[in-house]
Design a protein around this ligand. Structure first.
Ligand SMILES: [Zn+2]
Length: 260
């Protein structure tokens, strides 16, 4: 039984970076283009967004861009994001506003997953206690300070739980301290596991390669999480979706088309 009716993968931006950021110690010197995605999940009990992409202003305002994406510290620079890709504008295409989103569930607090929060007030924002603590204390260039501090609607969670019938939070730490994947049981097709950055690419899943950045360099923890979600997918005959794989993303329904 599931309360899920539809799911839309939404392209919020694209980012070019060294492949070794996705596959640890593999692909150094090879630049890849990665989609930055959000997923809108419609259920009979409300709408959930899994991740919200980047803060548009930090990419497009020259002063902010220089502060947050200065190539001297941020080697691969800013992602590409146009105004139409801001989530409120994409929701508008569907006749929705930010008020129609009930829950924002963040995989983790990196800039390309949590930055768009500033465009979406109102919904409660689910985050793990471990993730919030790490983002507030640890040196990780991919956490942008004010995105963590400014947010006031946190619903702080510990461990796995059901968001609603057919949608469950799955713990997959390693890339970050409190990283979460999401189980989505579809009304018609097989269940879908949104890996988040536990697995950027198909290659991470296939070859069990850790992401480039691992929390406190705990590569093994990241690999364990990949094995965990792979096993779950296998046992439950679910599809496991990597998060930053442009070739894989092109095989998905293109917005505003949806999965059901
Ligand atoms: Zn990340």
């Amino acid at each position: 039984m599931t309360s899920v009716t539809k799911m839309w993968p939404i392209l919020t931006a694209t980012h070019q970076y060294d492949k070794s950021l996705s596959t640890r110690n593999r692909g150094v010197g090879q630049i890849i283009e990665a989609p930055i995605l959000a997923y809108l999940i419609e259920t009979k009990n409300g709408r959930i967004l899994y991740d919200v992409g980047c803060d548009y202003n930090k990419i497009n305002d020259p002063t902010l861009r220089n502060r947050y994406y200065n190539p001297e510290v941020f080697e691969f620079g800013a992602p590409d994001m146009n105004p139409e890709q801001r989530l409120p504008n994409q929701l508008k295409r569907m006749g929705l506003t930010e008020a129609d989103i009930d829950v924002i569930f963040l995989s983790h607090l990196h800039f390309d997953h949590a930055g768009g929060l500033c465009d979406l007030c109102g919904a409660e924002v689910h985050i793990q206690a471990d993730e919030l603590a790490a983002a507030n204390t640890e040196k990780d260039l991919a956490y942008f300070d004010n995105e963590v501090v400014a947010q006031k609607s946190w619903v702080v969670k510990e461990g796995e739980y059901d968001l609603t019938l057919g949608v469950s939070a799955i713990s997959s730490p390693g890339h970050t301290a409190g990283h979460m994947s999401l189980w989505v049981e579809m009304p018609k097709g097989p269940p879908i596991i949104l890996a988040g950055d536990a697995a950027d690419l198909i290659e991470n899943i296939k070859d069990e390669i850790a992401p480039g950045n691992c929390w406190q360099n705990q590569t093994e923890l990241a690999i364990e999480s990949i094995r965990k979600i792979k096993k779950l997918a296998h046992n439950e005959k679910a599809d496991l979706w990597p998060n930053h794989d442009i070739v894989f993303w092109k095989t998905l329904k293109q917005f505003p088309d949806f999965h059901s």
